[in-house]
Design a protein around this ligand. Structure first.
Ligand code: PLP
Length: 386
């Protein structure tokens, strides 16, 4: 809980972003100042920056069981998703113009697909069940001779649902179709290994794991066809032009090293807090859990409360010092229920009364108790006002 006097401040929006870990920040600082070289320069300043980028690349690769040469640094997961979808589609244009994805992807994947539709591509959006899980059989049935990419996210950012990525990957691989997964919410939270998951491309982002904003990466399995979409210099082995964000990349590497070291303990701790939060919140009359109770990120709580609306819930919680979200951060300005909640088949009024609370490294048991009381008060107040 925040130390300020007055209203406590409880941050429960870690799926939107996380604070930079102080250990990450101190690793980054020298690369803004005394080691501020351009990683492409030949002199010693450049070599220091290059060495730091390559060490970070090795850390990122080690976190997901990849080779360092398979990591392309980007400005975040949005760019990584765009590079995966557009880059593979362009590279395989002659093979076909059909893509398979799911209805609950992040907008970075969905909008990249919509962009391709405007250029004559066809996209099949595979549905999810009531708990937000994709049936791998549906993916298999959607594949065609002209399918060039399958993209299904590893863990959903709104409802925390974990997808059967490995099963989908095996189906795609048997047909020789590249498989991309957006694993932004999963990397550093749960074990991720690109071979076990059977993926060819995987997106990730630093700021969801206590690293800085504006840096991420795309894993590209060696041999996967990919056309560059950002033109310029020959950075990142010709796969993404632009001077490397050296301090950001250093921070990303440090953040994932720490996450890897602390993963087992931290995911068990968060899972217990999440389960307490869900259990006690479901005791509020008219409460419902969105997503799957078991196959779920350790830090994700997403609930609907009958007779309320998301915006009022978020504002009411904020007035009590609790930072929550109405859905994904990217759509929180809109009053429409999120595409993810609608894809679950929830009645509009249930989707409309949803709130997401995502826990993190700073979350204590006392924070959970405080947030639960705030939730009870807000829900009761909104119902009385109605
Ligand atoms: C946050 C997020 C993104 C976007 O990442 P940025 O680095 O902010 O561009 C993409 N996919 C998922 C699942 C996310 O949670």
């Amino acid at each position: 809980m925040g130390q300020e006097t007055g209203t406590p401040r409880v941050y429960m929006d870690h799926a939107a972003t996380t604070p930079v870990d102080p250990r990450v920040l101190s690793a980054m600082v020298p690369y803004f100042t005394e080691r501020a070289g351009n990683a492409s320069s030949l002199h010693r300043f450049g070599q220091e920056a290059r060495d730091a980028v390559e060490s970070a690349r090795a850390e990122v690769a080690a976190t997901i069981g990849a080779q360092p040469a398979e990591i392309v640094f980007t400005s975040g997961a949005t760019e990584a998703d765009n590079l995966a979808v557009l880059g593979v589609a362009l590279a395989l244009e002659r093979r076909g113009r059909h893509i398979v994805t799911s209805t609950i992807e992040h907008h970075a994947v969905l909008e990249a697909c919509r962009f391709l539709e405007r250029w004559g591509y066809e996209v099949t959006y595979v549905p999810v069940d009531g708990r937000g899980i994709v049936d791998p059989g549906d993916v298999g049935r959607a594949l065609r001779a002209d399918t060039v990419l399958v993209s299904v996210m590893a863990a959903n950012n709104e409802i925390g649902t974990l997808q059967p990525v490995a099963e989908i990957g095996r189906i795609a691989r048997a047909r020789g179709i590249p498989f991309h997964t957006d694993a932004t919410q999963m990397v550093g939270a749960l074990p991720v290994h690109v071979d076990d998951l059977c993926v060819d491309l995987l997106s990730m982002s630093a700021h969801k794991r206590y690293g800085p904003k504006g840096v991420g990466a795309l894993y590209v399995r060696s041999g996967t066809p990919l056309t560059r979409t950002q033109h310029g210099g020959s950075h990142e082995r010709g796969r993404r032009g632009g001077t490397e964000n050296v301090p950001g990349i250093v921070g990303f590497g440090a953040a994932l090293r720490i996450a890897r070291e602390e993963m087992d303990r931290e995911s068990a701790r968060l899972g217990a807090l999440r389960d307490r939060m869900i259990r006690e919140a479901l005791a509020i009359p008219g409460a419902r859990l969105n997503g799957d109770p078991g196959r779920r990120l350790p830090n994700n709580v997403n609930l609907s409360f009958e007779g309320t609306d998301s915006q009022s819930l978020v504002i009411g919680l904020d007035l009590r010092g609790v930072a929550a979200s109405s859905g994904s951060a990217c759509t929180s300005g809109s009053l429409e229920p999120s595409h993810v909640l609608l894809a679950l088949g929830l009645p509009a009024e249930v989707a409309a009364g949803a709130v997401r609370l995502t826990l993190g490294r700073g979350t204590s048991d006392a924070d959970v108790g405080y947030a639960l009381q705030a939730l009870r008060d807000v829900v009761t107040g909104l119902r009385q006002a109605a």
